[in-house]
Design a binder for this molecule. Structure first.
Ligand code: V47
Ligand code: SF4
Length: 385
């Protein structure tokens, strides 16, 4: 009897697609050129089926989420990325917020006694929030709640902090690690290719610099994530270039946990004239990323940006992680016009979302240690209706 992947191989509309499907079946890596073929010729059903084959081979039905909260120290930023709806230029200080260390510690204390496992710290790049400031913050959070995993700072924030402190990347990273920083989020990657980066994020760290910072973290035994901002002015070749650079670094260090494609949202920013991608394009992108990035263990759909039902759909297109039960402490997406104006989802809702598409909900820690399997936990089916 033929398996579904065999049927896909024999029924593929094109020889190139057939060869790609055969490679996926054999667990072989596809080339950049084959990735472009998928972008140009692969139907949603075709790439979706291949991605689902890989997803189920790696994780079965397991779908991960975690319990976290975000701290955004400031929305003031010295940079001016064209797609950003969140930051206010440092020159217009009165329009933004700047949290003191005590205010941020109060946020952490607000979760005392709650079963949260991670704090995610990311914000604008503020000239006065320097290494000393963040080292003190991390040390105080760690002292207050040593069990909380501290994931923080995009490579953009780190690059600025290290340069200002006149530290090498390795020295800066080591100091933060020693203070209690445990892993890095994937932000700031955008599109590495200079042709696009110079148009949308000209003044911050370039692609090479971003990769160098993640490499330094990996070399210290820290894990990190990687994002890609898609669906604006980039072309397929820029997406392939971005993913190739990540795949190459992952071959070298094995330090990336998760790839997170971020859908460009066009509300209230300097790229509002650029149309947003369609849901079909979103799902194709997830699927192709799952097929190409064969050395990334996890693919995450960030539900506040995509919307919860689209995130649910993505679980059939290669995604095996839908982030966490974050609350409305994150503003970066609601300000860009995301589906979720006050992104907050209870564990019960997340579990239900996953169960509705017949997947297995697993609460995880930041580093994908399994905390609880919710397969047999009854949830209130009315929560999403
Ligand atoms: O780098 C900003 C993106 C990122 C827009 O590692 C936008 O677990 C779409 O990286 N449309 C920061 N995206 C957030 C981030 C992240 C989020 C959740 C989890 C993790 C993780 C990382 O937000 C920025 C930028 O690419 N962004 N503006 C916009 N208009
Ligand atoms: Fe600043 Fe980040 Fe916004 Fe760019 S995306 S302007 S670095 S807050």
């Amino acid at each position: 009897m033929s398996s579904s992947i065999d049927i896909l191989i024999t029924s593929a509309s094109d020889n190139r697609l057939q060869e790609i499907a055969q490679k996926v079946k054999d667990g072989k890596r596809i080339t950049d050129e084959e990735c472009l073929v998928l972008f140009e010729k692969g139907s949603l059903a075709f790439v979706g089926a291949l991605a689902n084959f890989i997803r189920e081979k790696l994780h079965g039905n397991k779908t991960y989420f975690n319990r976290n909260f975000h701290i955004e120290p400031t929305n003031l930023c010295v940079f001016s990325c064209k797609f950003c709806s969140y930051s206010k230029l440092y020159a217009h200080k009165e329009e933004g917020w700047e949290l003191s260390i005590d205010q941020m510690l109060d946020i952490v204390k607000g979760y005392d006694g709650k079963p949260i496992t991670e704090v995610h710290i990311v914000g604008g790049v503020h000239p006065k929030m320097d290494m000393a400031y963040f080292i003190e913050l991390i040390q105080k959070i760690h002292a207050h709640r040593p069990d909380l995993h501290i994931k923080g700072f995009t490579a953009v924030e780190l690059d600025y902090m290290f340069r200002k402190a006149k530290l090498t990347t390795e020295e800066g990273m080591l100091q933060l690690k020693e203070a209690g920083l445990q892993s890095l989020p994937g932000g700031g990657a955008e599109i590495f290719h200079p042709e696009i980066r110079e148009k949308i994020a000209a003044d911050k760290v370039n692609g090479e610099g971003w990769l160098k910072i993640h490499e330094a973290a990996h070399n210290l035994g820290m894990f990190s994530n990687a994002t890609m901002l898609y669906g604006h002015i980039e072309k397929h070749e820029h997406l392939v270039d971005h993913m190739r650079k990540l795949r190459d670094l992952q071959d070298k260090t094995k330090g990336f946990n998760t790839f997170i494609p971020l859908k460009f949202r066009n509300h209230d920013n300097d790229m509002s004239h650029v149309a947003e991608s369609t849901i079909t394009e979103d799902m194709r992108l997830y699927a192709i990323a799952r097929i190409y990035l064969d050395n990334f263990p996890h693919l995450k759909a960030y539900w506040p940006m995509l919307g919860r039902q689209n995130a649910q759909l993505s679980l059939s297109f290669g995604v095996n992680d839908i982030d966490g039960t974050i609350d409305d402490t994150t503003k970066i997406y609601s300000m860009a016009g995301s589906e979720e104006q006050t992104p907050s989802m209870s564990t019960e809702e997340l579990v239900m979302l996953i169960k509705q598409v017949k997947r297995q909900p697993i609460e995880r820690g930041t580093l994908y240690n399994e905390i609880k399997d919710y397969s047999n936990v009854e949830v209130n089916t009315a929560v999403l209706n």
